[in-house]
Design a protein around this ligand. Structure first.
Ligand code: GUN
Length: 329
């Protein structure tokens, strides 16, 4: 189950209610930061138990190629939060000009190193490197991103697998906010391999009626207006407007776009026009502080799950919720 009791107990405290106008709904700003902190705490408890009972301290290796500033921040945060959860973190850096062979050699070394439980190669990679060749070189059991073709296939047929982190985080937030998702109309804006496609599979597993939309979709606003749930993962700043949203719908904004405002200052915005969405939606994730923090929390959870599976240990109850179990029917 998603939302184990420890997290559920204080979930009301984590929702910030804002009254818009007399005739509009109360819109909840979904506090992803707080939910993510709850998940990390549970991961920390699971890790303590693994260390005490099995002398197993999970270890995550993160590989960064080049100096992309945003990737550097993500990798630093992953390392810090891994250690804070009581696990070991190892970072490998390769120069931007590194060849595909060099990276494949490093991945092979990490695959063969039995002290490493999870491997993550930060994307995007420089253009001389074929991303899919690298992703598929990672051992399936250590693929904590859930991007390996075998994990993708297992997710799509409902077999147990490592599930991509951002989509898992979206589902957690939706289940906390909406409860049972059965029969809901979910519209996904964007068809990427990292978010759009896997989140669609997870919503299908939750018995939603799922529509995947993309750049060639006709009359996107009309399709979004039918949705009880909108997941925006398209990478276009503030594209989804309030008048695309059905009153009371739940909106999950995966976008993180840096834009310059009128006085030349940089700020982060999502793929949803937050101000107009707040006038009509039932609940919205903010940017930053919505889906973003959930991604690393779910990565830490995947690392624990991977370490347990590699060692034939049952997944600790603190991290054994939804997402990674098969669904059918
Ligand atoms: N770049 C942006 N998001 C991700 C992610 O979830 N995993 C990896 N490996 N790279 C990313």
């Amino acid at each position: 189950m998603y939302g184990q009791p420890q997290v559920g107990k204080i979930r009301l405290l984590r929702k910030l209610h804002i009254l818009n106008s007399p005739e509009t709904v109360m819109t909840t700003v979904i506090d992803g930061k707080s939910y993510a902190a709850g998940i990390r705490k549970q991961v920390g408890k699971a890790v303590s138990r693994l260390i005490a009972d099995h002398h197993l301290k999970p270890r995550l290796a993160v590989v960064l190629v080049g100096e992309d500033p945003a990737s550097q921040v993500y990798v630093r945060n992953k390392g810090r939060q891994t250690v804070e959860a009581g696990m070991d973190s190892i970072e490998h850096r390769l120069p931007a000009r590194a060849s595909e062979d060099e990276l494949l050699e490093l991945v092979e070394d990490l695959n063969n190193d039995s002290s490493i439980n999870g491997i993550l190669v930060q994307l995007p990679l420089p253009e001389q490197i074929n991303e899919s060749r690298v992703i598929n070189a990672i051992s399936v059991d250590k693929d904590v991103d859930g991007f390996h073709i075998e994990n993708v296939g297992k997710l799509s047929i409902g077999e147990e697998s490592l599930v991509p982190c951002t989509p898992a985080g979206c589902i957690w937030l939706l289940k906390e906010q909406v409860g049972d998702l059965t029969g809901k109309n979910a519209v996904i804006v964007g068809r990427s391999n990292i978010v759009g496609k896997p989140v669609s599979m997870l919503l299908l597993r939750e018995h939603c009626t799922v529509t995947i939309t993309h750049s060639r979709t006709r009359d996107l606003p009309a399709i979004c207006r039918q949705a009880d749930i909108v997941v925006a993962a398209v990478g276009v700043p503030e594209m989804v407007k309030g008048d695309w949203i059905k009153k009371g719908a739940t909106i999950v904004d995966v976008g993180i776009n840096r834009v310059e405002d009128e006085d030349g200052k940089n700020r982060l915005v999502g793929d949803v026009d937050f101000a107009s969405a707040m006038e009509v939606a039932g609940a919205v994730t903010p940017v930053p502080g919505g889906v973003g923090p959930m991604t690393i929390a779910c990565l830490l959870r995947n690392t624990v799950i991977a370490a347990c599976r590699q060692n034939g240990i049952e997944t600790p109850p603190e991290v054994n919720w939804g997402g990674n179990t098969a669904g059918s029917g």
